[in-house]
Design a protein around this ligand. Structure first.
Ligand code: SF4
Length: 445
């Protein structure tokens, strides 16, 4: 197809990966990417429904293309991903000039749909469940040394605030050999670090009827990826506390390339709120899991997400969460204010925490995490960390320094230009000399 295209991506790492896969599929069909959306014959929005704000932004973007879409019959405007799945009918009504609506479970068939639109002139809606086989082009990734690899899709947990299971469908694991083959091809193309992605990676290989070839679960997958010759680091996200097992923790400890970092969202430390969220673990279960992780993998970094202002969250529920954040000493915390998402179970509950209170609670958690960060990072001054170089520090290019990450995911800026050529993906031992709330600074050696 002799057409140009541009993809605008909203949302999580999974969506960014999906856009890379989609871009590869379009290029394979002869289409050419262009930098400016206005230069594209085909403009695709890869969308996110997790928060209202992201949806509102896409709707406002779509409105901005009305004039061109109505005047130019060759222009194809498409919406793919979560919003097409959740709001297909509304988008069709409000923006009849959108000519492609493609949900989360058939997005790699977009080249075929574009062909159909071009040849028939008719719009295409594809929000059903059509199995997709991922054919990864290893060169299609946003960083030279790092790649995301999806190991499973969908989620079967139905946390009451979350739209993901409704738009992405049930958990399905990819076969282990397919993933290993993909990582091997990525390393042959220069990738040194992979992040294995899924909404709930601890459940990899554990869902009935959707786990063919993945029966060894996450421990065996980590072991096989760890054994790939040129891979230097392996990460995996996101971990669900209810599905974290001792076997998984032991496989992190036993496989030297698997980084000592767990992103394991607790969301709230109140058992009452956790129950209302349908998280299916208690505060004590979470604390025991962290304690076990720290015993089995000494020095492991644990990070978390929090939602403040969930319906019914009292001052005392919130105080429990604040106290837990301080006592666990998280490596990082991502803190969100609750907002009801149509289609989820939590919309049945009164959104009874005033917005101002949600903001105050968010600020209080952010401030507490900042104190934890400063103390922890200051404690690293004088230590030597293994840092994987990502390239030059583009925030201050005039200083000629490099930037990278430690195994525990700390950002490290370091001097290295006089130590021979260092490429993205190379690792060096860096002695930390200074720390700020967000960054460590050091020198090689
Ligand atoms: S585990 Fe819960 S929060 Fe995470 S994607 Fe599934 S339903 Fe959403």
């Amino acid at each position: 197809m002799d057409k140009t295209f541009h993809i605008v991506t909203f949302g999580c790492q999974m969506n960014k990966l999906d856009s890379e896969l989609l871009r590869a599929a379009l290029e394979k069909n002869g289409m050419r990417p262009v930098r400016a959306p206005s230069d594209a014959d085909v403009l695709i929005y890869n969308t996110c429904s997790v928060r209202q704000h992201a949806e509102d932004r896409v709707l406002s973007h779509l409105g901005g293309w009305r004039k061109r879409a109505e005047a130019d019959s060759d222009f194809i405007l498409g919406v793919v991903g979560c919003m097409a799945q959740r709001l297909g009918d509304e988008i069709r009504q409000q923006f009849p000039f959108v000519r492609l609506l493609c949900g989360t479970r058939s997005f790699l068939n977009v080249p075929e749909y574009i062909g159909k639109i071009s040849s028939t002139g008719r719009a295409v809606t594809a929000t059903g469940d059509r199995p997709i086989r991922i054919e990864r082009d290893p060169a299609m990734r946003s960083e030279p040394h790092h790649a995301y690899v999806s190991i499973m899709r969908g989620c079967s947990n139905f946390c009451t605030y979350c739209i993901v299971p409704h738009v992405r469908g049930p958990e399905r694991s990819r076969p282990e050999t397919e993933i290993v083959d993909e990582v091997q091809r990525l390393t042959a193309d220069g990738v040194a670090e992979v992040t294995l992605l899924g909404q709930n990676v601890n459940a990899y290989g554990r869902h009935k009827n959707h786990s063919d070839g993945a029966e060894g679960g996450l421990p065996r997958l980590l072991e096989r990826v760890n054994a790939i010759e040129n891979i230097k680091r392996v990460r995996f996200v996101t971990n669900h506390p209810k599905d974290m097992t001792e076997d998984i923790l032991r496989s992190v400890a036993d496989n030297e390339k698997v980084c000592e970092h767990l992103h394991m969202p607790i969301q709230s430390a109140s058992d009452r709120v956790l129950k209302a969220m349908n998280r299916r673990y208690t505060r004590n279960h979470y604390l025991n899991t962290v304690e076990k992780a720290r015993r089995i993998i000494p020095g492991i970094a644990v990070s978390s997400d929090f939602i403040v202002g969930f319906p019914g969250e009292s001052d005392s529920d919130f105080e429990d969460t604040l106290a837990l954040l301080r006592s666990v000493q998280f490596h990082q915390s991502y803190i969100f204010r609750y907002s009801p998402r149509p289609g989820t179970d939590a919309v049945q509950l009164a959104d009874d925490v005033p917005d101002q209170v949600k903001r105050e609670r968010q600020q209080a958690l952010l401030a507490a995490q900042k104190q934890v960060d400063i103390r922890r990072r200051n404690g690293l001054v004088g230590e030597t960390l293994e840092v994987m170089c990502h390239g030059h520090n583009t925030h201050r290019p005039e200083e000629g320094r490099l930037i990278g990450r430690s195994r525990r995911s700390d950002i490290v800026v370091f001097d290295g230009c006089n130590k021979g050529k260092i490429n993205a993906g190379d690792t060096r031992h860096v002695t930390i000399e200074k720390a700020t709330a967000l960054t460590l600074f050091g020198r090689i050696g």
